[in-house]
Design a protein around this ligand. Sequence first.
Ligand SMILES: N=c1c2ncn([C@@H]3O[C@H](COP(=O)(O)OP(=O)(O)OP(=O)(O)O)[C@@H](O)[C@H]3O)c2ncn1[C@@H]1O[C@H](COP(=O)(O)O)[C@@H](O)[C@H]1O
Ligand SMILES: [Mg+2]
Ligand SMILES: [Zn+2]
Length: 127
Amino acid sequence: MAKEYTEELLIDFGSDGKKLLPVVTQDFTTKEVLILSFVNQEAFEETRRSGYATYWSRSRNELWKKGLTSGDLLRMEEIRINCEQNSLLYLVTPEGKGACHAKDESGMPFSSCYYRKITDSNKLEKI
Ligand SMILES: N=c1c2ncn([C@@H]3O[C@H](COP(=O)(O)OP(=O)(O)OP(=O)(O)O)[C@@H](O)[C@H]3O)c2ncn1[C@@H]1O[C@H](COP(=O)(O)O)[C@@H](O)[C@H]1O
Ligand SMILES: [Mg+2]
Ligand SMILES: [Zn+2]
């Protein structure tokens, strides 16, 4: 029988809880990478409490529950942490129309923030 393996969570948000850790948000089913953003302790705890992806907005300097204004909420399925416990992976199921605030020609938000590729001539091309 396989031995169960658990470890302590030793995530470090600094003594004031304000240290920002990068978090990759990925679609739980398709594994598409959706967003790269940041969390502090408050955002992390709110994510766990609410079951919805919540970040810390660096530009607005406030707690940011993704989708609160757009309706594009991201339901949390699983939270993973990297080897060094200094970055996070949110596996989510999008409940709205997309994950990005940028929209395509028909007004639909892109499912991922990474909807463009950089071409050899340094242009951006929608994929
Ligand atoms: N909705 C988004 C959004 N969705 C995905 N992303 C990605 O998330 C990253 C956020 O990381 P940043 O640290 O740059 O974000 P920020 O500067 O802290 O916060 P913003 O002011 O950009 O929200 C961006 O680089 C984008 O790739 C978004 N970044 C910003 N927003 C803004 O968030 C606001 C609320 O949108 P909803 O949460 O969907 O209601 C709107 O004003 C949007 O413009
Ligand atoms: Mg920004
Ligand atoms: Zn985006």
